[in-house]
Write a protein that binds this ligand. Structure first.
Ligand code: BTX
Length: 314
């Protein structure tokens, strides 16, 4: 009953009367009133107005219960506010968390990117999530997991806008970053113990810090409508489940063409900044191992294992 009442409230943009709900659900008005009281106790912001009825006042509900409904095969921990979901996931791992444990934060105060960079994810407008995976692959194959996650997120976000992937870990819309992916490993010299894949998605951000203004965008800015974060998380987990199953059964080779289809800079001139050098070259694609294939100005082909890329010209 409670779930049915919640579903009606979620679907409705305006107030719904108790009478209408009791007719729709073929139950008494007392049963509706009880369900509403329970939902309120669970933290659902429901406004009651005389003569009008009930309305959910927050379209973007995010809590443990909502998350449990979208992906029962995952153990999702919701935290209203935390420093970094990566940090929480690491602690859960140390406490014995299993594969498919996910941490989601309402807001993140010290989000991190690669190489100690800052990831901005405050103000309850973004998706900040970290997934614990215990894959049965060797260390050498680990970088591919970032690419598998990128394909999954790209597919999930393509419902809202045209997305592209920028190697290795960014998802862009109209050339601006909408999502970053951070893969962190716990490994013995010969074997991966666990991988924590952190995904940060700008969902309902209306503005960005001056430093990001020209380089960042949100789904809401691009789709011109607000989007419940729980829907985005649901899509990401659904796509991740499918893409990761493909990766486990058939390897990265089947995912490579999917990745390349989103990588719009293939054939373009790019600047690669790696630890070793900064290089202007042509992007050819990726290898079966997930490394970047580029062509230097003299024609020589080079593989890039890690680094950042920027588009110079298409
Ligand atoms: P990255 O190192 O590739 O990108 C970080 C860079 O992206 C920053 O230096 C800045 O220029 C830019 N940036 C920072 N915040 C944003 C933003 N909100 N939108 C667009 N651009 C931004 C990317 O690292 C990996 C980010 C992973 C974030 C997730 S959130 C959940 C999990 N927890 C956590 O602490 N990190 C991950």
């Amino acid at each position: 009953m409670k779930e049915d009442v919640l579903a009606i409230l979620k679907e409705s943009q305006s107030h719904v009367s108790g009478e209408k709900m009791s007719e729709q659900l073929a139950c008494s008005r007392t049963a509706i009133w009880k369900a509403i009281s329970q939902l309120k106790k669970e933290g659902y912001p429901i406004e009651a107005q005389r003569n009008l009825g009930y309305k959910l006042t927050d379209f973007d509900l995010l809590n443990e219960r909502e998350l449990a409904l979208i992906a029962p095969e995952y153990k999702i921990h919701y935290i209203e506010q935390t420093g970094s979901t990566q940090q929480v996931a690491m602690q859960l791992l140390a406490d014995g968390a299993d594969t498919n444990t996910v941490v989601v934060a309402g807001t993140q105060t010290s989000g991190r990117g690669r190489l100690g960079r800052v990831w901005q994810s405050e103000k309850y407008t973004t998706v900040s999530m970290s997934m614990i995976i215990k894959p049965t692959i060797t260390l050498q194959h680990a970088p591919k997991l970032t690419l598998v996650a990128a394909v999954a997120v790209a597919r999930a976000l393509s419902k809202y806008a045209d997305v592209s992937i920028k190697w290795p870990n960014d998802i862009l819309i109209n050339g601006k970053k909408v999502c970053g992916i951070l893969t962190e490993l716990q490994a013995d010299p010969d074997r991966i113990k666990a991988v924590i894949i952190g995904i940060g998605i700008n969902v309902n951000n209306a503005v960005f810090d001056e430093s990001l203004e020209d380089r960042a965008t949100s789904l809401a800015q691009e789709a011109k409508q607000s989007i419940p974060r729980v829907n985005v998380i649901e899509r990401v987990l659904t796509e991740w489940t499918q893409m990761y199953a493909l990766f486990e059964s058939d390897g990265f080779t089947v995912l490579k063409p999917l990745w390349e289809a989103y990588a719009t800079s293939i054939g373009a001139t790019i600047r690669v900044r790696s630890e070793q050098e900064t290089l202007v070259c042509t992007l050819l694609g990726i290898t079966d191992d997930g490394y970047l294939r580029v062509q230097r100005e003299g024609g020589e082909e080079t593989l890039i294992i890690s680094g950042d890329i920027d588009l110079v010209s298409s």
